[in-house]
Design a protein around this ligand. Sequence first.
Ligand code: ADP
Length: 292
Amino acid sequence: MAISVFFSLIIYRGAAFELQRIETIQTQRRPMIGGPPVLDPEIIKETKRRIMFSLFATNVIILGLSAGSGYFLAGKTLEPIRKNMEEQKKFIGSASHELRTPLTSLKTEIEVGLRDKKFTAIAARKILVSNFEEVNKMQKLSDYLLRLNRLESGKNVFGMSKVDLKKVAIKAIGKRRVISDLEKSVVLGNEDALSELVGILIDNAFKYSPNGNSITVRVKNKQIEVSDKGIGIPKSDLPYIFDRFYRSDKSRTKDGYGLGLSIAKQIADLHGAKIIVESKLCMGSTFKVIFG
Ligand code: ADP
């Protein structure tokens, strides 16, 4: 706007100067008989007014356009920040909610114990066992939150080197009984992080398969696949299962915070890998991690 006003002033002064010059020349030539036709001074004044009006109108239009486009562009630039803040708010809300549940349970049990005048060692032990479970849950949640935070904080969270996915799968399977079909396949990555990723997928396969049978882990062509014949995931939930704290209604009977797949996705993203899910309700699910 300042630039536009500045140039408008220059244009106006230049034009006014030229008109003044024409007026002066005319005044000097007026006595000459047979000179050029005399220009009415009113026309010169009118021309100056018109130039001033045009410049003023141009500046008003520029002001309107720059204000409008500024508002639009600022909105566009701030949109990701606004989204991010909303996500953070939602995240803090969900995390506090998940922490409240075991805390409330801990508090209630301790209160009941303290009020009981005939508190026996057996009753105390029962409460301690239950409290221990709740503390374990809170510890797991805080571990998940710390892990997510670390993974989301940047790219250089772990070193990369050549890793054999077969070795990764063997480490992730551990002592669990699965059907395995593992071929050597080397990718650039971090062995511990990738084992953690595959471990999350195997944990879920066991958790969401009522009988725990037929869980298969395959490694082939820079690809790891974990499949089960469990409860499956409803089609409507599939786009959200990698969101933080998202849990399908069907899986709420099982312990969990809805953070495992978010961590798995973060690890895959940091490796430039994709996670693809195929699932059919009551038939089972297959998670594929594909490296580029
Ligand atoms: P959690 O298992 O703790 O709920 P995750 O982030 O690991 O959290 O998984 C998110 C959701 O995705 C689960 O709640 C469940 O609904 C669904 N899910 C993930 N893996 C499977 C699976 N193998 N079979 C069925 N549902 C699954």
